[in-house]
Design a protein around this ligand. Structure first.
Ligand SMILES: Cc1cc2nc3c(=O)[nH]c(=O)nc-3n(C[C@H](O)[C@H](O)[C@H](O)COP(=O)(O)OP(=O)(O)OC[C@H]3O[C@@H](n4cnc5c(N)ncnc54)[C@H](O)[C@@H]3O)c2cc1C
Length: 380
């Protein structure tokens, strides 16, 4: 990592600890982050990390993004998801958008004046992406979109969405294309995605598109390329979600450890009881393993290698570690662990979300089963 990248990352870590961790308890009560916070995020360069320098970005490698996600999620997973989703849309527009689209959409995203989302999931198409029903019809030199998307990070407030839609018949993977949609345009209607788990900071929601007319320029990934692009980008997403789970587990270990050092029972501190220390040691072990697999995936991505298997290993290991050990760490703090100033309960809910987004655990295990032993033949 270059010295500049290291400084950027250090500043992000300080920001997460000083600005996000103390505010995050409000978000689990439904309050959305203040818009000013996103401007501070922009000043830190978080929306520009992987955007090429020629497009106003910092042009940094994937490792910085993954570590930034880890630091933000240690304070609040939903906020980290919100920030990285806006960043990803800006980076995609920078590399695949037309000059008009870059001029129209990018400045507001890079400088925290607007948020953005990427929308694949629909009421009847989650893991089975190819089943999406949102349609894109070419009419002269325009596109007309119809359909519904749900469970989309930032959809509650995003100005811009990258919407994946079918240009051919349903189930035709090669027919899927991606479009830039201004969510304030006529025909776009947002709807709430109610959940007691999805933190307000992730801004998760949905929208309906009714005869939304787009200029031809708003086609950002044509049919034939879009599905391939999802599959390649998703290795990065799986890896940074793994890093986020490591960040949450590390934070929970920190709080549980600090509590155990002062809370006394039966005449000594909790940490002096061997039975109390063992679950923490198990969590440390799982965290070390998850971090090693996450590092391997980060390295593969930054080296330009095919990272499918490494990303799947990292995400399964890290989400399993978080889902298994966060309840034990909450328990280790007794009732105190439930207080909102600690992230334990928020992280616990977030770990469940992490195990679903960007490829659920079952989808990833299926991938591992197919890739880990290439000589094994699996019949469909
Ligand atoms: C908070 C949150 C934020 C999200 N953000 C986004 C976003 O920004 N953009 C976006 O496009 N989507 C987003 N999603 C959607 C997410 O990607 C989907 O939830 C995920 O793809 C799983 O789809 P599903 O929920 O429809 O579950 P389903 O596909 O219906 O699956 C239900 C369960 O069955 C399992 N399952 C499915 N098929 C199989 C199989 N063949 N074998 C074994 N098990 C199987 C799944 O693993 C899952 O446990 C978000 C979801 C959440 C909860």
């Amino acid at each position: 990592m270059t010295p500049d990248a290291q400084v950027t990352l250090d500043n992000i870590r300080i920001f997460a600890a000083d600005m996000i961790a103390p505010t995050a308890p409000l978000w689990s009560k439904g309050q959305a982050p203040e818009p000013d916070l996103f401007r501070k995020v922009a000043d830190l360069g978080l929306f520009r990390l992987q955007v090429p320098q020629s497009e106003g970005g910092l042009g940094l490698g994937f490792a910085v993004k993954a570590r930034a996600c880890q630091a933000l999620a240690a304070a609040d997973f939903g906020f980290a998801m919100s920030v990285v989703n806006t960043h990803n849309v800006a980076a995609r527009i920078a590399t695949s958008g037309s000059p008009q689209a870059r001029a129209a959409f990018m400045p507001a995203l890079l400088w925290g004046e607007a948020s953005a989302c990427t929308a694949l999931t629909e009421p009847d198409a989650g893991s089975d992406v190819a089943a999406m029903q949102t349609s894109a019809r070419r009419v002269d030199d325009e596109w007309v979109l119809n359909g519904e998307k749900c469970w989309i990070v930032n959809a509650r407030h995003a100005a811009t969405a990258i919407v994946f839609a079918q240009t051919a018949g349903q189930g035709d993977i090669a027919g899927i294309a991606a479009f830039l949609v201004d969510l304030t345009a006529p025909g776009c209607r947002r709807n709430a995605t109610g959940s007691d788990f999805a933190q307000a900071s992730a801004g998760t929601g949905g929208f309906v598109l009714s005869d939304v007319v787009l200029p031809a320029d708003n086609l950002i990934l044509p049919a034939g390329q879009a599905f391939h692009s999802i599959m390649s980008d998703i290795n990065g997403a799986r890896t940074y979600v793994a890093a986020m789970c490591c960040g949450m587990l590390d934070a929970a270990l920190h709080y549980a450890g600090a509590y155990g050092a002062t809370r006394r029972t039966f005449g000594k501190t909790l940490q002096a009881h061997q039975g109390w220390r063992l679950p923490l040691a198990r969590a440390e072990t799982a965290l070390a393993a998850a971090l090693a697999l996450t590092d391997a995936a980060i390295h593969a991505i930054d080296a330009g290698q095919d990272a499918q298997l490494q990303a799947a290993f990292a995400k399964v290991a890290a989400t399993d570690a978080a889902c298994t050990h966060l309840p034990a760490l909450l328990h280790a703090m007794g009732a105190e662990g439930l207080r909102p100033q600690y992230p334990m309960a928020r992280h616990l809910a977030a770990a469940q979300i992490a195990a679903l987004v960007d490829g659920s655990t079952e989808m990833l295990l299926e991938r591992i089963a197919r890739l880990a032993r290439p000589l094994t033949e699996i019949q469909n």
